[in-house]
Design a protein around this ligand. Structure first.
Ligand code: ADE
Length: 222
């Protein structure tokens, strides 16, 4: 998979992709992630990429030309499955969406900033608008990092234990069961006996019950 991220703050996105599972996925060539600085596509000598909004009002809006230029360049080079825009008024990110996106070949993620982007980009170029929750971030970069992380870990081979991503919370609309590791006892706090029983069928049943119970209690909406 290839992910191209368009942003005015590429520095902000370097670190999230240089650790742990995403870093290893890049090393294993499971995913390529490219950061594009929107300023490099500015059509103006001051490298300006934003401007005041027509009709007045506070907040700057990302201009149409630089965004059009970078998207045109990328789409001339290869075909993209989705051109995603991160915005609080988009569809709310879910595990289902991440699963779907993880099977795609080429994705563009455009990070929103300031007051937003010229709406004509949304009307004519964007194929999917995603929010990571009902709150407003300073920009779309952190949302792009969240979306990328949730997609990449689902690509086969990204996580060494293949079943691990499949047993995540939300994969079957259930929260994951609790997990424990050594020591068996700490401060008189013990691990449930069944997990130490060595009886796999009983362990599986217990985990399933826990998942159902936790989902009913914590996320009945699921
Ligand atoms: N940009 C600002 N807030 C956002 C959010 N909640 N989700 C996605 N992009 C955003």
């Amino acid at each position: 998979m290839r992910i191209d991220i368009i942003t005015v703050l590429p520095e902000l996105l370097k670190s999230p992709f240089n650790h742990s599972i995403i870093k290893r996925a890049k090393e294993k060539k499971i995913v390529e992630i490219y950061l594009h600085n929107l300023r490099d596509f500015s059509t103006n000598k001051y490298k300006q990429v934003d401007d005041y909004q027509f009709g007045g009002g506070s907040g700057m809006v990302l201009m149409i030309e630089p965004i059009f230029k970078i998207i045109e360049k990328l789409t001339n080079e290869r075909q993209y499955d989705e051109i995603i825009y991160t915005t609080p008024d988009g569809e709310k990110l879910s595990q289902k969406t991440s699963n779907i996106l993880s099977s795609k070949k080429n994705l563009i993620i455009l990070c929103g900033h300031y007051k937003g982007i010229d709406h004509r980009i949304r009307e004519h170029l964007i194929t999917r608008e995603i929010s990571i929750g009902d709150y407003v971030l300073t920009g779309g970069e952190l949302a792009a990092a969240v979306i990328t992380d949730s997609i990449v870990r689902l690509i086969p081979g990204a996580i060494s234990d293949e079943t691990s991503a499949l047993s995540d919370s939300f994969q079957d609309n259930l929260l994951a069961p609790p997990v424990y590791t050594r020591p068996r006892e700490f401060n008189n706090w013990t691990v449930p006996d069944v997990l130490l029983s060595g009886h796999q069928k009983k362990i599986d049943n217990w985990r399933e019950e826990q998942s159902i119970e936790r989902t009913k209690k914590l996320r009945p909406d699921l």
